[in-house]
Design a binder for this molecule. Structure first.
Ligand code: HEM
Length: 422
């Protein structure tokens, strides 16, 4: 979130590139950081674990213990509108009022007690049972996508499996019928700008259009599900009630937009990062192929090793200190999840992929009150996608370097991964 706000404040990505020489020890905009951010993280952990950025005016945390303690500390809040940067120049002020309200009411922007209330209501509808019920359907979708690839002798992993799988699952979860899938995808692309830190101000037009179209579409769906509930998440959300309290229309829409946005690109990246990690580590790939029962710990290790979400941030709600470094009220604190996951103080030999490490304490899904709502779903999708790919095409080959990476400072994954299926 912080980088998007900064990009807005600085108005253009071009300007971000122009200031890069002055970016000090941490420059998430540098092209090398996109290819391999880990050397930068190591320098930070060793030389400046609480790094006051000279240019961006924020603290950057890279050690595991610090990242976890800030994400669990209620003094560090998610409501970015309370940051000094935001109060100087509200990056959302040009957006339509309804959309601004939606952003402010989003789970990712609220704190207790508002966040607790929203989360309790969502938890009523998005239960582990809802996700478990999806398991056979996820397998069916994966099998269908792999069947299509089998009719050729190659596949482009991102386009043919890692992208369509989560989009299809999220659409079905929200109860969007097959014939609406293309529209749904275009909203998702339009809304991407909201989680894309290097978005230019022009990109917001697409987001506004997507939000308005979604709003129109979903207000009909909410009404229809109220009248005739179905077995889908939207029906659960409109009916969710805690002590007589329910989600209002804006909260419902904000949630659907967040689930759509947060729920698919991240999972796409998990699957693609996983296949790339297996291509780079043939010994580990063989272990998994020989013993698919290790898939649960394998997916946890892939999440740790190359996190699909590399960073999040919080705002200090009061003056405080981190390791003697003063943090003024209203400052941004960036928590580098990708750096915490490679902290040798927490994970022995952190740069080694070990599919049975079985530690489970990575921070790729965040920590504390905002812990990822879709973690279980993402795990199920990745487990099924990876085991099925290995079982179906045991001889598949592919590159050990990605040609290009997703154009984001926060999301991490290759944009394409061509495989020969053997
Ligand atoms: C590999 C896939 C995924 C990764 C790595 C991931 C990562 C994260 C992270 C790091 C956070 C916490 C952000 C923060 O603390 O500021 C988060 C929150 C969230 N995620 Fe995910 N996510 C993934 C998949 C999903 C899926 C599949 C869904 C929905 C179906 C989803 C929905 C959400 C929501 C709604 C939140 C906000 C929770 C809250 O603020 O209470 N995510 N995710």
């Amino acid at each position: 979130m912080i980088f998007r706000i900064l990009a807005f404040l600085l108005r253009r990505p071009l300007l971000m590139r122009a200031i890069s020489p002055a970016m000090g020890l941490y420059n998430p905009f540098h092209p090398d950081a996109r290819i391999d951010p880990y050397p930068q993280y190591q320098r930070l952990r060793e030389k400046a674990p609480v790094y006051r950025h000279p240019r961006l005016g924020m603290l950057v945390l890279s050690r595991y213990d610090d990242v976890v303690s800030v994400l669990r500390d209620p003094r560090f809040i998610a409501n970015r509108t309370r940051s000094k940067a935001f109060q100087r120049n509200d990056p959302f002020s040009d957006l339509p009022p309804g959309m601004q309200e939606g952003i402010r009411k989003s789970l990712l922007m609220t704190d207790a007690p508002d966040h607790t209330r929203l989360r309790n209501l969502v938890n009523k509808a998005f239960t582990p049972r809802v996700v478990e019920r999806l398991r056979p359907r996820v397998q069916e979708v994966v099998d269908g996508l792999l069947d299509r690839a089998a009719s050729r002798s190659d596949m482009e992993l991102v386009r043919d499996l890692a992208y369509p799988l989560p989009v299809t699952v999220i659409a079905e979860l929200l109860g969007v019928p097959a014939e609406e899938r293309e529209r749904f995808k275009s909203w998702s692309v339009g809304l991407r700008v909201l989680v894309d830190p290097v978005a230019s101000i022009q990109g917001m037009d697409g987001a506004v259009r997507a939000y308005e179209e979604m709003s129109e579409y979903f207000s009909d769906v909410f009404a229809a599900r109220r009248a005739e509930p179905r077995d889908d998440l939207v029906s659960g959300l409109v009916a969710a009630e805690v002590d007589g309290d329910r989600l209002d229309e804006t909260e419902l829409l904000a949630l659907c937009a967040l689930i759509l946005g947060a729920g698919h690109e991240t999972t796409t990246n998990l699957i693609s990062n996983g296949v790339l990690a297996l291509l780079r580590n043939p010994g580990e790939r063989k272990r998994l192929a020989d013993d698919p029962s290790i898939i649960e710990s394998a997916v946890e290790e892939i999440l740790r090793f190359d996190s699909p979400v590399q960073a999040t941030d919080r705002v200090a709600s009061e003056d405080c200190e981190i390791h003697g470094e003063r943090v003024e009220k209203g400052s941004f604190v960036v928590t580098l999840l990708g750096a915490a996951n490679r902290d040798p103080a927490r994970f022995p030999e952190p740069d080694r992929l070990d599919l049975t490490r079985d530690d489970g304490r990575h921070v790729s899904f965040g920590q504390g009150a905002h812990f990822c709502l879709g973690a279980h779903l993402a795990r199920v999708e990745a487990q099924i996608a990876l085991t099925s790919l290995l079982a179906r095409f045991p001889e598949f080959t592919g590159p050990t370097e990605a040609k290009a990476w997703v154009g984001s400072t926060v999301l991490r994954g290759p944009t394409e991964l061509p495989l020969r299926l053997g």
